[in-house]
Ligand binder design. Structure first.
Ligand code: NI
Length: 178
């Protein structure tokens, strides 16, 4: 396994539309293992293949939530290949999002609190599930990456400019990689 470099905004690669996976191969499984290692190392809870330089429709998510409040985080790695949203709830909720491609920046984004999704796992098996809570937020955030969309695109221009200015300042100060 290997830790891969993470592409950061404003890299134009992040704006590419990711291509569907025709058949899940060992090469994809190797990439998925590297994506998990990269995500845990960052650390983060979700990563799209495009963020490590591969514009293909693969996401990894692990919320690493403790079983009980204050407990040890429990690993729950999930792989989403060619994910599709089939239905969304009418109820939007705010969540403070961040992104490894917009390092150290956080802002509230409104998204549906529940989605019905369909995807393939790393063995090419099909899944269909109703997802809610943080996993639903995270899946929608990662799926945005497949369309070249970042969470800052959901903000007002004023708010987005503020976030990008803060990021530029932190880079100048060497607090995040330039
Ligand atoms: Ni992201």
């Amino acid at each position: 396994m290997a830790i891969l470099p993470i592409y950061e905004t404003p890299d134009p690669l992040l704006r590419q539309i990711s291509k569907p996976v025709a058949e899940v191969t060992d090469e994809h499984r190797k990439l998925i293992a590297d994506m998990f290692e990269t995500m845990y190392d960052a650390p983060g809870i979700g990563l799209a293949a495009v963020q490590v330089g591969h514009p293909i429709r693969i996401l990894v998510i692990d919320l690493q939530e403790p079983e009980e409040e204050g407990g040890e985080p429990v690993k729950d790695p999930r792989v989403f290949i060619n994910p599709e949203i089939l239905e969304t709830s009418e109820n939007d909720i705010p969540y403070t999002e961040g992104c490894l491609s917009v390092p150290e920046q956080f802002a509230d984004v409104m998204r549906p609190d529940r989605v019905k999704a369909r995807w393939l796992d790393e063995h090419g098996e099909r899944h269909e599930e109703e997802i809610d809570g943080l996993l639903a937020v995270c899946l929608q955030h990662e799926m945005d990456h497949l369309e070249g969309v970042l969470f800052i695109d959901h903000l007002s221009k004023l708010k987005r400019d503020m976030v990008l200015k803060k990021l530029a300042k932190m880079r100048k100060q060497g607090r995040v990689a330039a």
